[in-house]
Design a protein around this ligand. Structure first.
Ligand SMILES: Cc1ncc(COP(=O)(O)O)c(C=O)c1O
Length: 348
């Protein structure tokens, strides 16, 4: 199966498994796992933050980052299509007691005017707005990236109104690679940043929350309250360290393949493609006159898996276990299903 469902479908490589098997470990609850410590220090350094903490998942790290900077009854601002709102089981409301107010953005990336319009002066009649959460790259828009300048502008506006800023950077590594900037540049103007090791980097488990030490101290307690405390987690942290060393530098390859796949599929009748900025390719197949479940089932019969993404959208995500040859197979499967055998290229 050529699996383009997500960049989370990767299997640990042999070298990664060896690093995991030989990791030095201890009880992380007592701060005694040297491999977890090394990973946390490495990520804090890469993200330019005082401290980082290892988490089992991005959802838990996002929650802890937001909850460490808010109180029950506060309001947080999120872009209207944010992962934190739509794909995290209502955790901000359920665990954080938080109200979410959404700010619509034209293409998933907020701009200064959109945020300015949403910020309101403190009032005894409104819940206190205490945090803005951003997302980079932005999943729902097809992995679009936010520049350091725009991030700084939004963070500056939020801070000016007394809000803390959390960045959901599940794929921050991809955004940094696409913009050709160090990851720390994308995190420098926010307070806390979450980023995943288990997506394009190919680790089996693990996300990180980075930020100022006092905030991370609170996040440590919330992680424990949620049951996210791990013991000999160094075996998992070793996979993360391996991924940062060996897989991080090759993310531009995934971006090149996403562009290549997009260019080829855009040549098929009725398929419209959002030009990818990172490793996520969004297709709209409304004009093919075919239904998404039917198209996806036919692709699967030909050994290619992509995912539905609402309405007439299909998503394909590139990762390090997909080759150029796999993409040729995926394109010809798609072409055959749409009755256009032999079609090879187009611009968007
Ligand atoms: C933008 C974004 N944020 C957060 C998450 C949550 O990460 P996890 O699946 O590790 O909980 C995801 C997962 O796909 C994501 O895409």
């Amino acid at each position: 199966m050529i699996d383009l469902l997500s960049d989370t479908v990767t299997r640990p490589t042999l070298a990664m498994r060896e690093a995991m098997a030989t990791a030095e470990v201890g009880d992380d609850c007592f701060g005694e796992d040297p491999t977890v410590r090394r990973l946390e220090e490495r990520v804090a350094e890469l993200l330019g933050k005082e401290r980082a903490l290892f988490f089992p998942s991005g959802i838990m790290a996002n929650q802890c980052g937001v909850m460490a900077q808010t109180r029950s009854g506060d309001e947080v601002l999120l872009e209207a299509r944010a992962h934190l709102l739509h794909y995290e089981e209502g955790s901000l409301a359920v665990h954080g007691g938080l109200l979410v107010r959404t700010v619509p953005a034209a293409h998933g990336l907020l701009d200064g005017d959109e945020l300015r319009a949403a910020l309101r002066p403190p009032s005894p009649f409104h819940p206190p707005t205490t945090l803005l959460a951003l997302e980079n790259s932005h999943l729902d828009s097809g992995g679009r990236v936010m520049t350091p300048e725009r991030t700084a502008e939004l963070a500056g506006l939020a801070r000016g109104s007394g809000l803390a800023v959390h960045l959901d950077g599940a794929r921050l590594w991809n955004a940094a690679a696409a913009l050709e900037v160090p990851p720390a540049r994308l995190a420098e103007s926010v307070d806390t940043v979450m980023t995943c090791l288990s997506k394009g980097l190919g680790a089996p488990v693990g996300s990180m929350l980075a930020g100022p030490a006092p905030v991370l101290e609170r996040a440590w307690r919330i992680r424990r309250r949620l049951g996210g405390q791990m013991r000999q987690a160094g075996m998992l942290a070793a996979a993360g360290l391996h991924a940062l060393e060996h897989h991080l530098p090759r993310l531009p390859e995934d971006h090149r393949r996403a562009r290549m796949l997009g260019e080829r599929l855009a040549g098929l009748p009725g398929v419209s493609v959002v030009p990818p900025e990172t490793n996520i390719l969004m297709l709209d197949v409304a004009e093919t006159g075919r239904r998404v479940p039917e198209l996806l089932a036919q692709l699967r019969e030909r050994g290619v898996r992509m995912g539905p993404f609402g309405g007439s959208r299909i998503r394909a995500v590139l990762h390090h276990q997909v080759t150029d040859g796999d993409l040729e197979v995926a394109v010809s499967a798609f072409a055959r299903i749409l009755g256009r055998e032999g079609l090879t290229s187009s611009a968007y």
